[in-house]
Design a protein around this ligand. Structure first.
Ligand SMILES: [Zn+2]
Length: 346
C-alpha cells in the first residue's frame, strides 16, 4: 500500500482508553487522489465516517485499515455519511449490510442520492432511464450553453457513478442527521451542523468540549470546495455556502477533520480565506459578464479556468460558474434572459 493510503492516528494515543480518531484515506481516481474515511474508537464503539466508493479497491483498503487497528468489519457499530457525493457515500449501503450497523445520514442526502442514481436498495441498479436528476441537469447545462457533444459526455459521466453507489443504505436502518440535534458517538456528544452549498444536505459533526469538527467537504485545507448546482433544490447554493461558512466560523474548533487532505488547525482563518476567494470570484465574474453581455455561462468558463482536462473538471467548473451567476442575479448585480431554450446573462 502506498503511504498516501495508510491509516494515521490523528487523535488519542495508541494504547489509551480515550477516544481515538484514525484518518483512513481511501483511493480516488482523480487529482485529489484520496478521500478521507475516518474510524473513531471510544466508549466501546467503532464509528466509520464516510466510507468512500463502492468498489473492490476501496473495500480492500478498508480491510487493511481495519487490520492495522486489529478490527473486523463486525466491530463497526455505526456509520456516518456526511454528504451525497459518491466518493463519500458510495460504500455506505454495502458497509451497512456487512456490519449490520446503522447509517447516520441526513434525509436530504438520502433523497438526493435516490434522485441522482435511482431508488435501488438492492445490488441491481435502477434502470438508468428511470433516474431523473441527471437528465434534468443535462437540460440545465444545455440551457446554459453546453454543446450537445458535451451533454452526452456529462450523462455518461453521471452514469459512471451509479455502480459505485449501489446498493444504497436501507432506509429502515438509517438514522437522520437532523440539524441542531445532539447525537452520541464513541461515548461523546456531537452537535449536528448544517453545511450546505458544496452539497445540499451536507452535515458536520462538532464536539464542543474537545473542539473537534468532522467538517466533510465544507472546509478543506488547501482546495476551495466546489459549489454544486442541482435542479429543484437550492436556487442560490453559493449564498447558502457562504452563510453556512459564516455560521461555522463561530464554533470553537481546535482541530477539524476534512473530507480530503490533513487536519485543519486554522479554522477561522481558513474559512475567511474561502469567503474572500468567493468574493474575489464574484467580482471577476460580474466584470466578465459586463464585458461580454449578453453571454452564456458556458462561454465564460474558459475565460476563468484555463486548465480543464477531464469531464469531472468541466462539470465542476461549469457548475461553479452557474452558481456564481445565480448568486449575482439574486443580489441584482446582473440579470438573465431566456431566449427559447437558452439563458443569457447581462
Ligand atoms: Zn464532496
Amino acid at each position: 500500500m502506498t503511504k498516501l493510503l495508510e491509516a494515521i492516528l490523528i487523535e488519542g494515543i495508541e494504547s489509551g482508553n480515550d477516544v481515538q480518531i484514525w484518518r483512513c484515506p481511501l483511493p480516488l481516481p482523480n487529482a485529489l487522489r484520496a478521500v478521507n474515511g475516518y474510524l473513531m474508537r471510544g466508549g466501546g464503539e467503532v464509528v466509520a465516517i464516510d466510507p468512500g466508493f463502492h468498489n473492490e479497491e476501496t473495500i480492500g483498503t478498508w480491510e487493511r485499515h481495519l487490520a492495522k487497528l486489529s478490527l473486523r468489519w463486525e466491530d463497526i457499530t455505526s456509520i456516518v455519511v456526511t454528504h451525497y457525493h459518491p466518493d463519500h457515500c458510495g460504500l455506505a449501503g454495502w458497509m451497512q449490510r456487512k456490519t449490520k450497523a446503522p447509517v447516520w445520514i441526513s434525509q436530504e442526502t438520502r433523497n438526493i442520492m435516490k434522485n441522482m442514481w435511482g431508488v435501488s436498495e438492492e445490488f441491481t441498479p435502477t434502470p438508468w432511464e428511470q433516474v431523473t436528476m441527471p437528465t434534468e441537469l443535462s437540460i440545465l447545462f444545455s440551457e446554459h450553453g453546453m454543446p450537445d457533444s458535451w451533454g452526452i459526455r456529462m450523462m455518461e459521466h453521471f452514469h459512471s457513478f451509479q455502480e459505485l453507489v449501489t446498493p444504497q443504505p436501507i432506509k429502515a436502518h438509517c438514522l437522520d442527521l437532523v440539524v441542531g440535534a445532539k447525537i452520541e458517538l464513541a461515548g461523546l456528544a456531537w452537535s449536528v451542523l448544517k453545511a450546505e452549498g458544496h452539497a445540499s444536505g451536507q452535515r458536520m459533526l462538532w464536539q464542543a468540549e474537545r473542539g473537534w469538527m468532522f467538517c466533510a467537504d465544507h472546509v478543506l485545507p488547501d482546495i476551495s470546495p466546489n459549489i454544486s448546482v442541482l435542479v429543484n433544490e437550492d436556487a442560490n447554493p453559493l449564498e447558502t455556502y457562504m452563510q453556512d461558512l459564516q455560521a461555522a466560523q463561530h464554533f470553537q474548533v481546535k482541530r477539524a477533520f476534512p473530507g480530503h487532505r490533513g487536519v485543519i488547525t486554522r479554522w477561522e482563518q481558513r474559512i475567511q480565506e474561502l469567503l474572500d476567494h468567493h468574493e474575489m470570484r464574484l467580482e471577476q465574474i460580474s466584470r466578465l459578464v459586463r464585458e461580454c453581455a449578453p453571454v452564456q455561462a458556458w462561454t465564460l468558463v474558459p475565460k476563468l479556468y484555463n486548465k480543464i482536462e477531464t469531464d469531472q473538471q468541466m462539470r465542476f467548473a461549469f457548475a461553479e460558474m452557474i452558481a456564481h451567476l445565480w448568486y449575482l442575479e439574486c443580489e441584482g448585480t446582473i440579470f438573465s434572459e431566456r431566449k427559447e431554450a437558452s439563458i443569457w446573462f447581462s
